[in-house]
Design a protein around this ligand. Structure first.
Ligand SMILES: Nc1ncnc2c1ncn2[C@@H]1O[C@H](COP(=O)(O)OP(=O)(O)O)[C@@H](O)[C@H]1O
Ligand SMILES: [Mg+2]
Length: 154
């Protein structure tokens, strides 16, 4: 694992620019909010990029057309906090405990996107925990979800 000083804000801007094509195809609007001063962190850039990509990609696919996906990066005393909020299908309550398991796919997600793999969140959690961070998750079926992480600044 290569640890470098990362400008997560810049990585995020690049990733959102790349995902704009996908969002446009699905008529989903991305709203990006980045705090003015987001500190650099020591982390593996490719892994952190992948985690953010997966979470935004999920929000786009499991959202509904013409709904906004709100992506934010905040400076949260001693940590940086990344979140992606959508107004999509959500995760059924009875399935939430299995969410970060390998190959887990929600029953509603399978209908919406038959070709998923169910490894994105499993890997995301591993990456965030290996960086001493924590996962953020909140969802209500049929209303939407918020996925994200906190990573310590150091
Ligand atoms: N934004 C979201 N809205 C609703 N469900 C989600 C969202 N993100 C992830 N999920 C749920 O978590 C499961 C696992 O996600 P992931 O690991 O990215 O695999 P995949 O997207 O290939 O199914 C999805 O199948 C879905 O049930
Ligand atoms: Mg996915």
């Amino acid at each position: 694992m290569i640890n470098r000083r990362l400008d997560v804000a810049q990585i995020l801007r690049d990733e959102v620019a790349l995902l704009k094509v996908v969002a446009d195809q699905r008529s989903v609007e991305m709203d990006l909010k980045i705090d003015k001063k987001v500190p650099l962190i020591t982390a593996d850039s490719e892994k952190i990029r992948q985690v953010m990509l997966n979470m935004i990609d999920n929000a786009i696919y499991y959202s509904n057309p013409h709904k906004k996906v709100i992506i934010s990066l905040k400076n949260s005393n001693g940590a940086i906090e990344f979140t992606v909020k959508d107004s999509g299908i959500g995760v059924p309550k009875s399935e939430q405990a299995n969410l970060f398991g390998k190959f887990f796919r929600g029953t509603n997600a399978r209908k919406k996107r038959p070709d998923g793999t169910g490894v994105g969140l499993f890997l995301a959690r591993k990456v965030i925990l290996s960086h001493d961070g924590e996962m953020i998750f909140e969802s209500e079926e049929g209303k939407g979800s918020t996925f994200g992480f906190k990573l310590p600044v150091r």
